[in-house]
Structure formats: C-alpha cells, structure tokens
Design a protein around this ligand. Sequence first.
Ligand SMILES: [Zn+2]
Length: 331
Amino acid sequence: MYLLFVLFSILFSLGSSQLTANLYPNLEAGLATVTLELVNTAPSTVALLRWNLPLDNRFGSNSFLVQFNGHPVTYLGPVVKYFGPFLKDYVFISANQSITMDISLGDMYDFTLQGKYDVRFEADIMDYMVSQDMLSLFPREREAFTPFLGVVSNSLQITTHEYISPKAIKTPYPCSSQETSTLNTAAGAQKSMISYALSAINQGDTPTYKEWFGTYTSARGTTTSECISAITDNSVVAYACDDQAGVYAYVYPSDTSHTIYCCEAFWTAPNAGGFDTKAGTLIHELSHFSNLCGTNDWVYGVNGARNLAITNPSRAVANADNYEYFSEVQW
Ligand SMILES: [Zn+2]
C-alpha cells in the first residue's frame, strides 16, 4: 500500500511534461511583479487545488523561491489552514491550454533591499486531477488528494531601483465576547494538549513518533522536541476573528505578536478530542511562527501527514499538520 503510494508519487513527479510553468517579466504592472503561466500539455482537462498556489486563493502563497545575492528572502504573507476542499478551490485548465496570472511578489516577499533578485516558481500541487469528466470527481475529500510534485519554472532576474515597503500584517479583527469565551476554552485545552505532546516527544523513538514524524534520527528528534518545547514555553499569543469561509485559521509567520486569525471553520470544530480540533488548530498555527518552529504546510490532512512521515520525514518534521495530529492523539 505504502509502496504503491511512493510509486504513484514518483510517477506523478516524472509526469511533469503534463504541466509546465513559465515565468515572464511584467514591466507594465510595476516593480517586483511577474506573470506566471501554467501550461497543461495533457490531452484532458486538469484540475489544480489552488490552496498553496498564487491563483486567486485570497491569501497569496509561499510558492516562489526569491533570492537576493544567493540568499532566500523572507515570505511575508499569511499561511492558511483550509477547510474542505470545495469546487471553488480548484483551477481548471483545458487540454493543451494555459492560464496566466500577474503576481505582485512585493506583496508576499521582502523586497526592501535594492538590487538584483532571482525569482523562480517552485511548488508542489497539493491535489492534481486529470479527467474527461471533472465534475464526477466532486465532492472531493482531502484524504484522497493526489499530489503533483515539483513544478518549477525558469529563473527570472528582477532589479529593483527603489525602496519597496514590506507588506503590512493585517490589523487584527476584534472578537465578540462569545468568540473570546470560546477561544479561552480552546486555549486552555491547547495548553494541556501541548504539555501531553511534550511528554510524548521526550520519550524519543516511539510508534507514535514514527507515525507522524517518520523514521527517528537524533537530528529530527531534536527538531521536533525543540518545536514542541517552544510552543509549550510560548506565552505571547493574540487572537483575531476573521469571517473567511472555508478556512480554519491563518497566521503571518513573521508576526512577533503571534496573532492567530480564527475563521469560519474554526468555530464549528470540536474543542478537543479527535482530529482537526480547535485546540489542535491553535498548535498547528503556533508551529508556523518563525521564532517558534517555522513550519510550512507541505501537506494537509491526516492521510497526507501520515504519508509524508513515510515518504519525506524531513518535511514531516517541518509540517504544521504533523505537529497538530501528533498532539491531538495525546489527548
Ligand atoms: Zn498551516
């Protein structure tokens, strides 16, 4: 079963001729803006999940490698824990067609230094489908995702001649008294849950460790212990209430106030007990902050997290859902 998954992933990554990415300079739209073209060379329509792609997903995404003097610059946009997926979360590209999108990189990356930047689109498509009858594939479960790995564009050099101000972190939206009360309950459960997770991670190489973080090595064991300790010891946290549909929560990883923006799907999640709970979502979000753990969202969902532990443990120890689920099973 797992071997099949690995073979499937390799076949998908080798099949990159079905989807190619091209990056073009965009001189009209202004500084640090590029045009991304995704070309479908498959003989059928393809559907791409837009969650971690910069394709009108409402939030932007960390799907570019932007380097200044050979050093990656900081991603300043939000990272989002989505609910769903829904049909509207997919972009469809017909056979032998392409889509283009103008992308303002200055809204997502730190372009405050003047000079030459090297930019490349570099993303895994979290869910990629090829079908003659696309609608028959919906509704779609996140546990059934088929990823398309390693879509990489050409490199482009951008030269900036003036200061580009960094993207501001959104002003927090106030929470109602009822939301604040629900959040206090969730925060209490989060603190207990992370203390159970800390005890569990300090046991080292256990079946539960292996399930969520893969084969134990002392280096990866240290990464996971340090992350869970950092969340346990953290006392800086703030909550904001945004009403985004189809979203649990999001944060700006560079935000030192550790504000967690709670959204529609957060309020209907169970407080604790099971997966994708309120308390677990708070752990997921805290793990994103770059001065706590600096995790990414390489994959979402229980199956995705378990498979990542098998196929790519170094990503599993850097993936927010793996910390969430490891913590939630300790409850
Ligand atoms: Zn996340």
